[in-house]
Design a protein around this ligand. Structure first.
Ligand SMILES: NC(=O)c1ccc[n+]([C@@H]2O[C@H](COP(=O)([O-])OP(=O)(O)OC[C@H]3O[C@@H](n4cnc5c(N)ncnc54)[C@H](O)[C@@H]3O)[C@@H](O)[C@H]2O)c1
Length: 326
């Protein structure tokens, strides 16, 4: 079974590819467990520097997903599963409307149209975001809360979800969209997501570097760890079509913490000296986006499929430290 991952050289794309190679099987659109024969990573530039990239099942295609020839080459007329992770992320899509539209909507539609032409409708997993929600939000969002995004990224993700649901209803693909909380702690370098600070305030102090927090300490964020989100994405992928009723969107369960509580977790896990590397300086543009997102989502449908949230933010910091801090 050929598996295509757009955004395959990104943070979650690489983790997903690695997990698929280890796991070795996926459930196809007919509900059969199939060996993963090829993992095709599509991204602007190839991933480098990781041992698993030399697995013979891995192939990398570098280019812009706006280029339909590149996508056709990736699908090779036979893809069984497509994980569509490539995106212009929140802060970037807000700063540059045109690039957000081009990648998050136009290229998503091109990819869906190409999937529709495959002889067997593939599984299609789309990573949406909690940024689809906005406006007056209750403390805890129900699964059927109406999205009212307050940023271009959220609007673009919402449109993607609707395309996935409608094309699935028509039997053109077997799609699923997962609305992700902020995923932290992201190793490596910051990206252009407005939520990037939620990783930076843990990652940089642990690396001996100062970090600036651009929100108020009382800002609540809705989080999930990288390993947990990959597990949940695979549950969403493997769930039977019969589990879905009126649409194909799943809001994941997460944990809610204030930014101050995140710093306290870091202090408990790594000590005062590490936590004291954080300073506070409000960035109104980031704060506006982050505070427009939900603080907690019930995720009842996700839980009914077997998805779970992390136990605590202390655990998330500990896991990151064990996996990435030398
Ligand atoms: N990480 C999070 O906190 C989070 C939260 C909610 C939703 N998401 C969604 O999950 C997905 C993966 O997120 P991530 O954190 O791995 O982001 P990331 O920025 O690390 O990865 C996205 C990848 O997409 C690639 N990309 C962007 N434009 C492209 C184009 N035109 N052609 C080819 N590749 C292109 C980038 O090069 C990058 O490698 C995204 O769709 C994102 O919107 C992530």
């Amino acid at each position: 079974m050929r598996v295509v991952i757009t955004g395959g050289a990104g943070f979650l794309g690489k983790l997903l590819a690695q997990k698929l190679l280890t796991r070795g099987v996926l459930t196809n659109a007919r509900g059969e467990s199939q060996p993963v024969s090829d993992v095709v990573l599509v991204d602007l530039a190839p991933a480098t520097g990781e041992a698993w990239l030399s697995d013979p099942r891995v192939r990398q295609l570098a280019g812009d997903i706006g280029d339909s020839a590149l996508l056709e080459e990736a699908l090779a007329g036979s893809a069984g599963s497509v994980f569509h992770l490539a995106a212009v992320v929140s802060g970037h899509a807000e700063a540059d409307f045109d690039i957000g539209m081009k990648v998050n909507i136009d290229a998503t539609r091109t990819l869906l149209e190409l999937c529709r032409k495959l002889p067997t409708p593939p599984k299609f997993l789309f990573t949406s975001s909690c940024a689809v929600f906005g406006g007056d939000l209750p403390e805890m969002l129900a699964d059927d809360h109406l999205p009212k995004p307050q940023g271009s990224y959220g609007i673009q993700k919402y449109i993607g979800e609707q395309l996935v649901s409608d094309m699935s209803r028509r039997g053109m693909i077997d799609g699923r969209s997962v609305r992700l909380p902020t995923i932290t702690v992201r190793p490596g370098k910051p990206n252009k997501a407005a939520s990037s600070f939620a990783s930076g305030i843990i990652r940089e102090p642990l690396a001996g570097v100062a970090a600036v927090c651009p929100t108020s300490p009382d800002t609540k964020v809705w989080l999930m760890s990288p390993n947990r989100v990959i597990d949940n994405i695979l549950i969403a992928h493997d769930a039977p079509q019969s589990a879905f009723k009126f649409n194909r969107t799943i809001t994941l369960p997460g944990i809610t913490v204030t930014v101050k509580e995140m710093v306290e977790s870091l202090r408990r896990v790594a000590g005062d000296a590490v936590a004291s590397r954080i300073s506070w300086q409000l960035d109104p543009a980031i704060d506006r986006l982050v505070t427009s997102w939900p603080k907690a989502c019930a995720g009842d449908f996700a839980k009914s499929l077997g998805m779970t949230a992390d136990a605590s933010f202390d655990d998330i910091v500990r896991d990151y430290q064990a996996q990435y801090v030398k």
